[in-house]
Design a protein around this ligand. Structure first.
Ligand code: ADP
Ligand code: MG
Length: 240
């Protein structure tokens, strides 16, 4: 399905609301955990142990949510970015961590530059590659494609993995949606909110058992568009 700006903005605001709640709930839970630990030192009890580790689990869930929408990530400056160079460096890092999966790079229009938040984009493409890798059982292939189409950079991450059933497609990007035992369901939330912030678009093509392809489109900004970007940079510098 195509996740256009409307879908992305809806998911981004779900993310913001949940981050607000996460922040409010995490602090009292952390306080309660502290008191339980004190009680545990005074009068050790196995129930206190269990209570502490359950609280720890809840707190780490909330922390995952906060990591995605942290305000300092929202304040990262927009800089000129060559996505081919970024993809190469992400893949370099990624390649060291995977086995049995072959990576097929198809990088065209290697000198196109976009304006974006580098760390956020890096994290997003890392999240997509990680999902692609996790979807592959045994041997398989991940295809990374980059091209410029008109005023957009189009990046496709394809995999030969398990695929996504049709009824799950529309849940992608919703905070905490996961089908994995150890999943956080926060990876795609980060991806969707990053693409939304960059004025982009996401399309997901998948069939159960037949692999998945995520297509990300990001607008190319020309030299004469950068007035807005420069203004943003100045405002951020002025704040610190
Ligand atoms: P997590 O990876 O922690 O489960 P994500 O937000 O990254 O959370 O992904 C959410 C869910 O979307 C995954 O649990 C999985 O079911 C599905 N998914 C995402 N990417 C892929 C993919 N490339 N192939 C198959 N399923 C995927
Ligand atoms: Mg993931």
């Amino acid at each position: 399905g195509i996740h256009d700006n409307h879908t992305l903005s809806r998911l981004a605001s779900i993310g913001q609301v949940s981050a607000g709640i996460a922040h409010e709930v995490r602090n009292p839970l952390t306080a309660v955990k502290g008191f339980l630990q004190l009680m545990q030192q005074e009068t050790p009890h196995v129930y206190l142990d269990i209570a502490c580790s359950e609280l720890e689990r809840a707190i780490s869930t909330l922390q995952n949510l906060l990591n995605v929408s942290k305000p300092d990530l929202d304040e990262e400056a927009y800089v000129p970015i060559n996505m081919c160079v970024e993809l190469e460096s992400i893949l370099q890092l990624f390649q060291d961590q995977i086995y049995r999966v072959e990576i097929d790079k198809q990088l065209r229009n290697t000198d196109t530059v976009i304006y974006g938040r580098r760390n956020q984009l890096k994290k997003a493409f890392f999240n997509l590659l990680k999902n692609a890798h996790e979807a592959i059982v045994g041997e398989g292939r991940i295809t990374v494609h980059h091209a410029r189409i008109g005023e957009r950079v189009v990046i496709r991450i394809g995999d030969t993995g398990v695929g996504i059933p049709a009824e799950k497609l529309e849940l992608l990007g919703t905070p905490f949606f996961t089908t994995k035992d150890e999943g956080t369901g926060m990876g795609l939330t980060q991806v969707f909110s990053t693409v939304y912030q960059h004025g982009g678009k996401i399309e997901v093509k998948s069939a159960h058992g037949a692999g998945t392809e995520f297509e990300i489109q990001l607008p190319v900004r020309n030299q004469h568009d950068t007035g807005v970007v420069e203004l943003n940079l100045q405002m951020i510098e002025g704040q610190s």
